[in-house]
Design a protein around this ligand. Sequence first.
Ligand code: 3PY
Ligand code: MG
Length: 248
Amino acid sequence: MTLRQRLAESRPLYNLFMTVPAPALAERMGVMGVESITLDLQHGSIEDAHVLGLLQAIRAGGATSLCRLAWNRPELIMKALDYGAEGIICPMVDSAAEAEAFVRAAKYPPLGNRSFGPFRANLHHRGDYFADANDHTLTFVMIETAGAVAELDKIAATPGLDGLYIGPWDLSVSLGLAERANFSDPTLSGVLDRVVEVGKANGLFTGIFTIRPGDVEGLVARGFDLVTCGTEDIVFQHGLGEWMKVWR
Ligand code: 3PY
Ligand code: MG
């Protein structure tokens, strides 16, 4: 099942970020039922040389894979897709022009100018990878700057864009809010609802990141299609906390 099919069927698709290069853990997470895993290439310690092995491990565990890119650069976009990431999330997109440049690098002609060399991406693909790729590899722009909020309607209308993904921490910083990622803050809450509304109006998937399990139910109720529930190191921290109670 492709990422697009999973997103369409799951309502929402749950997700965890990975921040350290541990293929055995990526595989285990999938076997334990994590449906989708995002490799965080912006923050954390995953380098380019780790990405291919991590994507193989994610597939072995049965999850679907996304990469949150380090930045909006064509060579990073094309590499992540050629390695076989089904979805890419582009951070810090600040304008419709930046969103357009991102999608151009991620889609084959006529939508864009992705260079053809799928390397591993076509390995498990049945059919014509070139013909199908624009549809089944998904592009998400992060909405996490005041500039992106100001141009939300134009960004959402970018031809070939598949989704909007909110980074609440950067967004709070960029909007000058007193607290970071406080979903009860009326300004932040208003942006969340607007992104869901504009996303749906433009036929886009909408996603959001949190590290607090207590946020998840509320985010699902708001109508997000993709909900990141944390990072693997925070899950580890919670698990270790439970173990520590036993031996302390
Ligand atoms: C943010 O909240 O700014 C993020 O980028 C989440 O990963
Ligand atoms: Mg961010």
